[in-house]
Structures are given as structure tokens and as C-alpha cells.
Write a protein that binds this ligand. Structure first.
Ligand SMILES: [Zn+2]
Length: 112
């Protein structure tokens, strides 16, 4: 099983493995779990995919001027402003479902 995490001291420059459940660095600082560079890249790739999916959708709903500028229809501006100012727990069931679908993409990567 590959190791997904490194540990970094919150006090000195130590970065590396940790012995069993030791939580203290030799310097007395606390060892904080950080993802390996490979895992960070995988998470970043999924985050990029989620962003690209959203931008593709947004552009598909826009009108384009001759100069290439995208114009978001006012009904969508109104909807998206409401959504971005609404905490997740207060979104409609279908709006939450859409975010859950994106969460599944991250969950899949975190399992690796
Ligand atoms: Zn330390």
C-alpha cells in the first residue's frame, strides 16, 4: 500500500515519515500530516477538471459578442448570485445533488 502522506513539523524544517503514532517532532513541535506531491497533483487535476466542467457549462449558456466577449444571460446571473450567496445546506435538493456529483470526483482520488 503506497504512503499517501508526509509529515511536516510546525516548528522546524523537518519533513518526512513519522514513526507509528508519534505526533511530536524531535524539536518538540507537532507533526502535521501533508499529502505527498503525487497526491497533491492528483487532487489538483480533479480540481482542474471540476473547474473546466463548470466553465464549459457557463460558456455554453453565454451569448458571444463579435469581439469574443461572453455575456451571461440575466436570469442566470440572478440564479448564480443567489446560489453563491447560499450555504450548501440551504441549497435545493437538486442543487446539492450537483455538488455531490463533484464531491464524488474528489472522493475517488482521495481513495487512491
Ligand atoms: Zn521539528
Amino acid at each position: 500500500m503506497p504512503t499517501h502522506y508526509l509529515y511536516r513539523c510546525n516548528c522546524c524544517d523537518y519533513e518526512g515519515m513519522r514513526y507509528r503514532n508519534v505526533t511530536r517532532c524531535k524539536c518538540g513541535g507537532t507533526l502535521v500530516r501533508v499529502p505527498t506531491p503525487t497526491r497533491r497533483r492528483r487532487i489538483a487535476a480533479v480540481q482542474h477538471e471540476i473547474w473546466a466542467h463548470w466553465m464549459r457549462y457557463l460558456f455554453s449558456k453565454c451569448d458571444f459578442n463579435h469581439d469574443g466577449a461572453a455575456v451571461i444571460p440575466v436570469n442566470l446571473v440572478t440564479r448564480w448570485e443567489r446560489q453563491l450567496n447560499t450555504p450548501y445546506a440551504e441549497l435545493s435538493e437538486s442543487e446539492q445533488e450537483s455538488d455531490l456529483h463533484q464531491a464524488d470526483k474528489i472522493t475517488e482520488v482521495l481513495g487512491r
